[in-house]
Ligand binder design. Structure first.
Ligand code: NAD
Ligand code: MG
Length: 389
């Protein structure tokens, strides 16, 4: 590693997002451990410029090419390289300016840069779960081949990862992914049919980007996380269980072959798994709020209501069937969430859209990377045609 003996150079892909901004807080609080060397954003030029002026990275990338001149001129008096566009994002991932990529772009758009980082032999702190949902087989195979560590940032997967420390010889019997249940826990279809965007965006425990907030409200997020877990921890589909835990204190659990359950617990604060991934294998002291056992607390668990939240059933189908089905599910869901956020379709329509697209796009058992891209495109087109976006 450069910049001194142990300072890790971080590339924050998606630095203006919820995870990206929290990662920069962690980097800022630990200047002797980390430096931010690459910052990327899709369209928030103002925040990207402010971040660049503060962190003085080697490279910044703005996705929207028409914003290039503005970003370039704002940073002209600094030795910061400025690039724009999708191709640049992919190319920067293949450069040597960094040691760890924090993959915090949202959606399918994160796949190529993340694959390039792996190809480049870099460690990836992975927040962008869609990358594994879409092409988990290819991503994990490449990571093994290139010896590129993939360290989960998603809080549930970080919990499992932390529980696995010291257990290399002990097989997992199953994992239990906890889900808060989102803002509509306990609600039924007659309520959900009228739910609007602003209500769905209000998560009880976590403050997150728009897409994952809607995914949490529909439980698609937990479905995507089941598929993410399968690839990260090399599990069979029937080794993955979901349980509703509304307090979000137990971040997930492993059950070992002797029946022991091991969990990682803590306050629902994404800075914790982000910091763990960047600092791994070392834990870093911080002043984040602590869980207080003196306050009245109850931790509860219940079965998910898959009759109402059918996304979980659709994602379970995709998990078991494999092939390009998770890719199709993901693409249709991205279109559905986009349309819901623009008040074009209702809350329950999102599930119908995903289901119809899963039936429409031809199944491929062992897709190549190109075929994943084709399936993604086909699924998006079909889903969009259903809503005439
Ligand atoms: P966000 O919407 O807040 O931020 C997304 C970031 O990606 C922004 O910087 C944006 O500029 C960039 N981006 C968006 N579209 C892009 C495109 N087409 N090309 C390039 N860059 C693009 O999202 P978030 O909530 O920070 O989530 C990021 C990822 O992390 C998602 O995959 C999400 O599932 C995952 N995740 C988030 C949280 C959370 O607490 N927010 C928790 C666990 C996992
Ligand atoms: Mg999660």
């Amino acid at each position: 590693m450069s910049n001194g003996q142990s300072k890790k150079r971080i590339a924050v892909f998606g630095s203006t997002g919820s995870v990206g901004r929290q990662a920069l807080e962690v980097i800022d609080a630990n200047p002797s451990l980390f430096s931010a060397e690459v910052l990327t954003a899709q369209n928030n030029d103002e925040l990207l410029i402010a971040q660049a002026l503060h962190f003085k990275p080697d490279i910044v990338v703005i996705g929207e090419e028409k914003k290039y001149e503005k970003v370039k001129s704002a940073l002209a008096s600094h030795p910061i390289k400025v690039f724009a566009g999708e191709k640049a994002l992919e190319e920067v991932a293949s450069m040597d300016s960094y040691d760890i990529m924090l993959a915090a772009i949202v959606g399918f758009a994160g796949l190529r840069p993340t694959l390039n980082a792996i190809e480049n032999g870099k460690a990836v702190a992975l927040a962008n779960k869609e990358t594994l949902v879409v092409a988990g087989d290819i991503v994990m195979r490449k990571a093994l081949e290139k010896r590129a560590p993939i360290i989960p940032v998603d809080s549930e997967h970080s919990a499992i990862f932390q529980c696995l420390v010291g257990e290399t010889r002990n097989p997992i019997e199953k994992i239990i992914l906890t889900a808060s249940g989102g803002p509509f826990l306990g609600k039924k279809p007659n309520f959900l049919v009228n739910v609007k965007r602003d209500h769905a965006l209000q998560h009880p425990n976590w403050s997150m980007g728009a897409k994952i907030s809607i995914d949490s409200a529909t439980l698609m997020n937990k479905g995507l996380e089941m598929i993410e877990a399968k690839w990260l921890f090399n599990l069979q589909p029937d080794q993955i269980q979901v349980v509703i835990h509304p307090q979000s204190i137990i971040h997930s659990m492993i059950q070992f072959e002797d029946g022991s359950l091991k969990s990682q617990m803590g306050m629902p604060d994404m800075k914790l798994p982000i910091q763990y991934a960047l600092g791994f294998p070392k834990r870093i002291a911080n002043k984040f709020p602590r869980y207080d056992f003196k306050k009245p607390n109850t931790l509860t668990f219940e079965e998910p209501d898959t009759k109402t939240f059918r996304n979980l059933t659709l994602a379970t189908d995709a998990l078991f069937k494999g092939g390009n089905l998770p890719c199709i599910l993901n693409a249709a869901n991205e279109i559905a969430v986009f349309a819901f956020l623009r008040n074009r379709i209702g809350f329950l329509d999102m599930t119908d859209l995903v289901e119809r697209t899963m039936h429409q796009v031809p199944f491929i058992e062992h897709p190549t990377l190109e075929e994943y891209f084709e399936s993604d495109g086909e699924a998006r087109n079909f889903a969009a045609s259903l809503i005439k976006l």
